[in-house]
Write a protein that binds this ligand. Structure first.
Ligand code: IFM
Length: 447
């Protein structure tokens, strides 16, 4: 069966969306009172981002949002997932509210609704106000407090129109890439910093969830985790053990505290550190959620670590499949397996694919981008979602990453994930073939 034969698996209420994030698309880094974030500081530090790229201008979505929403409308997407830049709302992280920053999201939400597109809002997609980093950032429990207040401020302003709220995007990246590998802002390289940053980010998720619920009972609240299933390369005990450890690192580090209220014991073995935490904090972290956001890009096949190899770095990975321009193996089946596993081990919980997509080295030919590899990737992964629906998983939506090419963090503008091509010199947008393909798919699915 092909995807076309499985479209009936998607219910009529299915959310067919596209996703972006503030620092990756907005630009306007110093406009209308926005304060600096850790990503402004990081990207302006020589050597941290490829080619010295920064998010200063990005896709200029801050000024062109109305045009971009028109493009979304032309594609027929039903939902738009965006994130709010915390330092636009509180330039210093807390206290002084920047009314002009808030007004931008007010306009964005109204324009979306005017076009019949439902907004879904992420509170934190990595652009922590720099002022908070200077006080310890995610390693400081006060940041969790400030996040709860920020969440409540936004819900008071937008909660009448925005009903789906995501607290954090991919706290694994905040913790690991930001505090251990140092590839992301704030660029730290300490195991204890990573586990504690993860813990207080999770605590802030719990606090924000409680704050939003206290303010409005009609909000749907979730968290988005980047999850990546792990398969042993053979059935030996060693390989299975290596896969299970890698799974703790990739997935259970965040799934277990959010849904079970505890950290996996093996975390100390893998990371060489355990988060400082109290039972009361774990209860705050384990809030009942309305949905889990799943970001899926790839899976891993691992083999047994060599004897005497330290537990860190993580076991050797052996990709066997096609890869994207990021070097990530294309494993659509991993998405079906993941959704079924979440349902089985952490559910029942409604699931939303909050990101899925691929970077490829696109070529412009006579004003068009024939990105057939991306279409194949998308088609295979949406089919994987259909399979999970067919097997009983409660999947509410699919948000394609990304609406348009944008600032891909440490890779700057070198990696293109969009279904809309962006010329960063002129800001011209071109619908790639994948955009037209997605438009047709949505049309068929909803017909
Ligand atoms: O661009 C990122 C996004 O910000 C978070 N999830 C993964 C995407 C691709 O790397």
């Amino acid at each position: 069966m092909t995807l076309a034969n499985k479209l009936s698996h998607f219910p009529p209420t299915f959310q067919w969306g596209v996703a972006t994030a503030a620092y990756q698309v907005e630009g306007a880094a110093t406009n209308d009172g926005r304060g600096p974030s850790i990503w402004d500081a990081f990207s302006h530090t020589p050597g941290k981002v490829l080619n010295g790229d920064t998010g200063d201008v990005a896709c200029d979505h801050y000024h062109r949002y109305s045009y971009d929403i028109g493009l979304m409308k032309s594609l027929g997407v039903t939902h738009y997932r965006f994130s709010v830049s915390w330092p636009r709302i509180f330039p210093q992280g807390r206290k002084d509210l920047n009314v002009k920053g808030l007004a931008f999201y007010d306009r964005l939400v109204d324009t979306l609704l005017d076009h019949g597109i439902t907004p879904i809002l992420t509170l934190y997609h990595w652009d922590l106000p720099l002022a908070l980093q200077q006080q310890g950032g995610w390693q400081n429990p006060d940041t969790a407090e400030a996040f709860g207040h920020y969440a409540q401020t936004l819900a008071a302003a937008l909660g009448d129109r925005v009903k789906q709220w995501i607290t954090h995007n991919e706290p694994w990246c905040t913790a690991y890439l930001g505090h251990l590998s140092g590839e992301h802002a704030p660029g730290l390289t300490s195991p204890s910093a990573a586990v504690n940053a993860a813990h207080y980010a999770l605590l802030s998720h719990g606090k924000a969830t409680m704050a939003l619920r206290a303010l409005r009972a009609d909000l749907q609240i979730g968290i988005t985790l980047n999850l990546s299933p792990v398969y042993p390369d053979n059935n030996s005990e060693e390989s299975r053990k290596a896969a299970s450890l890698q799974d703790v690192f990739n997935n259970r580090w965040f799934l277990d505290p959010v849904f079970l209220g505890r950290y996996p014991e093996e975390l100390a073995l893998i990371l060489g550190a355990v988060p400082q935490h109290t039972p009361a904090e774990m209860e705050i972290i384990r809030q009942p959620l309305d949905f889990l956001g799943v970001n899926y890009y790839s899976a891993q096949v691992v083999s047994a670590p060599q004897r005497h190899q330290p537990a860190w770095p993580v076991p050797h990975v052996t990709p066997r499949d096609r890869t994207t321009a990021m070097g990530w193996p294309v494993i659509p089946r991993g998405l079906t397996d993941l959704l079924m596993r979440l349902n089985r081990e952490y559910g029942p919980i409604p699931l939303v694919i909050t990101e899925n997509g691929a970077a490829y080295d696109d070529l412009i030919e006579e004003g068009m981008v024939h990105d057939n590899e991306r279409i194949a990737y998308l088609s295979d992964h949406i089919e994987a979602v259909a399979d999970a629906l067919g097997q009983g998983a409660d999947v509410k939506g699919y948000y394609l990453w990304s609406l348009m090419d944008n600032f891909e963090w440490a890779f700057g503008y070198a990696k293109r994930f969009g279904i809309i091509h962006v010329n960063y010199r002129t800001q011209e947008r071109i619908l790639k073939d994948s955009a037209l393909w997605y438009r047709n798919l949505i049309r068929e699915a909803l017909s």
